[in-house]
Design a protein around this ligand. Structure first.
Ligand code: ATP
Ligand code: MG
Length: 303
């Protein structure tokens, strides 16, 4: 549904986005993660035809963003980082106006308007002027306008930003309810939301994709072992790092050893044997499963 190929955006001398490629399949909900300034908004603006790339290409629902931008806009619901709303319009008038702009047939407008108000839980504020709404309610109007024309693809730039916990939960629920009829790419900094709503994540750092995988695979890949020894020899770290499947050994401040594993390799048995053979006094050997936050920090921190 979303196919991105070697997309780059250059501002002056700096690459905001560099050779970015990824795909999002029909019915998938994919999280687009990265630190501030990583290039998420830039990528999403390009995909929504708000901005042309410097090079590369992308297709949405089969339509090329450069050559079929009209069809792309019709196929996409886009929630920008700062939704451009008209303060002097009421919520209802604004959503009707957007429905007309996006070509919703007259006969369907009333139904789509109600669906959009429901998606944003905006029924009670439908006749309020947008300028009188709080930040969170404006965000809800942004979500409502993104789906008013019933697009198959949604691109949501930080949909939960500024929402209270209750509305955040409702937004999560709403996003989950969009699959499998719709394809969703969403950026966010709220990692627990990602864990709950997304089947897959794409991580971007300094304009480049640094990982893309299912949430549980990312966590598994970054998991490791924790080892506590009573009498570790000075060369214990070095010997441990030579065990097959061990990718790295760190000494924690509390004296425990943290071992990174390569791939899915389970090196526990060999490690236990080594500790016994060396008489280091094996007190504890346990698996450490990384959470998404640890994985994210690891992927986006340059060493
Ligand atoms: N109009 C512009 N002119 C020059 N540089 C820009 C412009 N817009 C964005 N950039 C730069 O492009 C890079 C990517 O910005 P972008 O807004 O895509 O990041 P982001 O991942 O959305 O970050 P955030 O999490 O803060 O929203 C940043 O270094 C930013 O300073
Ligand atoms: Mg952004």
């Amino acid at each position: 549904m979303i196919e991105v190929e070697s997309l780059s955006k250059i501002y002056g001398a700096s690459h905001a986005v560099e050779e970015v490629s990824f795909a999002v399949g029909e019915g998938e909900i994919v999280g687009f993660l990265g630190p501030n300034g990583a290039g998420k908004t830039t990528t999403m603006r390009i995909l929504s035809c708000f901005m042309a790339p410097s090079s590369g290409s992308a297709r949405i629902a089969g339509f090329d963003i450069l050559h079929n931008s009209l069809e792309v806009r019709r196929s996409i619901g886009y929630l920008p980082e700062n939704a451009p709303l008209y303060g002097e319009m009421s919520v209802r008038d604004y959503l009707s106006y957007v429905a007309v702009l996006r070509g919703v047939p007259k006969a369907q407008r009333a139904v789509r308007l109600e669906a959009a108000l429901d998606a944003g839980k905006l029924e009670e504020r439908a006749d309020t002027l947008i300028r009188k709404l709080s930040k969170g309610y404006r965000q809800r109007v942004g979500i409502a306008q993104a789906i008013v024309h019933d697009p198959p693809v949604l691109i949501l730039d930080e949909p939960s930003s500024g929402l209270d916990p209750r509305q955040r939960a409702e937004t999560r629920h709403f996003i989950k309810s969009l699959a499998p009829q719709r394809t969703v790419l969403l950026s966010t900094h709220i990692l627990p939301d990602v864990q709950e709503t997304c089947s897959r994540v794409i991580v971007i750092n300094a304009g480049r994709i640094v990982a893309q995988d299912a949430v549980e695979n990312l966590a598994a890949g970054a998991s490791g072992l924790s080892l506590v020894l009573a009498r570790p020899a000075p060369d214990a770290s070095e010997k441990l790092s030579r065990v097959a499947g061990v990718a790295g050994v760190r000494r924690e401040p509390d004296g425990a050893f943290s071992l990174d594993l390569a791939g899915q390799n389970d090196a526990r048995e060999e490690i236990a044997q080594l500790c016994v053979a060396e008489n280091w006094g094996l007190l504890e050997l346990s698996r450490r499963r990384a959470n998404l936050e640890e994985v994210f920090l690891k992927l986006t921190t340059s060493d």
